[in-house]
Design a protein around this ligand. Sequence first.
Ligand code: SF4
Length: 423
Amino acid sequence: MSDLTKLRIWDDPAIHNALSWYLDVAENRRPAKFRIAATVAAGLDPASESEDALWAELDRLTPLFLARWQAIRAGVRLPPAVDGPSLLELCRELAYRMLGHCNFCPWNCRVDRVAGAKFGACKLASGSRVSSHFHHTGEELFYRGTEGSGTIFFTSCNMRCAFCQNGDISTDKDNGEETDPRTLAAMAWTLRREGCHNINWVGGEVVIHLHAIVGAIALLGRDFTPTRAELARAHRTKADRFWQFHETPGAALFDGAFNAPMLWNSNFFMTLESMKILRILTDVWLPDFKFGPGRCAMTLAKTPRYWEIVTRNIALIEEWGEDYSIRHLVMPNHVECCTYPVLDWIAERVPAAPVNVMAQFHPDNFCDPASAKYRDKYADIARRPTPLELDHSWLRARELGLQFETATFERRHAFNTRSMLQM
Ligand code: SF4
C-alpha cells in the first residue's frame, strides 16, 4: 500500500464515493480495467474481420466485461488472461481502423491518417508526439498523492482555445518527440514502478492519439517489459530524469502482472465511438468542462457543438457508473455565460461529482497583451479573473450544493475558504 490511501482527502465522503474504484486500482487492491479486458475472449480474429463486425463484437462483449468488472469490484478473483485475442486486442484494432477514416472526435474529418496525404482539424497523420512525461505534482491531491501523477503529455489539440496555457504544446504539432505504443508503454511502465499513483494521459488533447494510447495499454495488459532501447527512447522526454526515483516493481503489480489506473484527462470533445472504446480501458476520467451553451466555445475556441458534445459525454460516464471528477476554469468576463451554466448543469445532472472550480486562469497565447500573438478581439479575457468573479463562482457552487470545496481549496488555508464562502 502506498501513502495515497492515508491522505485525509479520502475522509470527504464525496471524494471517496466518486473515486473508490480508482483508489482500489491505485493501491493494487483491484486490477485495472485493461487487465479485466484481457480476460474476456473475443469471438473473432480482430485483424481479419470488417470494422462493422468488430463494432458488433464490442457491443456483444461490453455487457460481459461490465458484469466481470462489477464482480471483481465485489471481490471475485480476476480470471487468467485469455491466450487468444481478447477485448483488449479488439479495442486496439478498432482504434486503428478508426484512424483510417478518422472519427476520434466530433470534427469527424474522415481523413485517412494512416495514408497521411490529407489532414484533419488536428493536423495529425498516424504519428503521435509526446512533449514530456513526469511525476506531476500539480494535479488534484487525489491524483498527485505523495508520489505524483504519472503524466504523459501529448502535443496537438482538436480545439483552438485562444487563451491556451500550453500553447506551445497544443498548437505546435512538431513539439516533443515522435513516439509509438511500445515507447508509450515504456513510459507508463517506468512511471508506475517509480511510484506514480496513476497513468495520466493528457495533452493538448489525448483523444486525437487514441490509437497510440490504446496500443500502449494493450501492451501493458500483456506482460509487457520494455527493452533497453525502448527505455532509452522513452527517457528522452522524461522531464524529471535528473531526479532520483527508486523503482519498486511491486508498486506496479496486481497478482504478479502490471497494474495502474488509467486516467483520461481530456477536453471531452470526443465521439461516441471513442467513448465506447475508452469505457473498457479507463479507470478514472477527468473532463475539463470549459464553456457554457452560448457562442463562447466558437468565439474563444473555434469549436462547434461544444456544449452538446461535452454534456453528452459527461452524462454518459455518470450513467455508466464510472469514477470521475470535473474541472472548470473560471475565465474573466465569462462567469455569467460560462461558469454559471456549467455549474448549474453539474448540479442538475451530476450533483455528486467532485468539481474543481479553478482560479488559475491567466492571459496567455492570443490573449496575452504582452505577446506578439495578441489579438484585440480577445480583450475581454486579457486579464486574470478578479477576486469578485472568483468569489461569485464559488458562492454559486456552494448555493447549488456542489461537491467542490475539497478539490478546489485543498491547497488553501481553511480560514480563507470559510470566510470567502460566508459572503
Ligand atoms: S482526431 Fe478529430 S480533428 Fe483529428 S483527424 Fe480525427 S476527427 Fe479530425
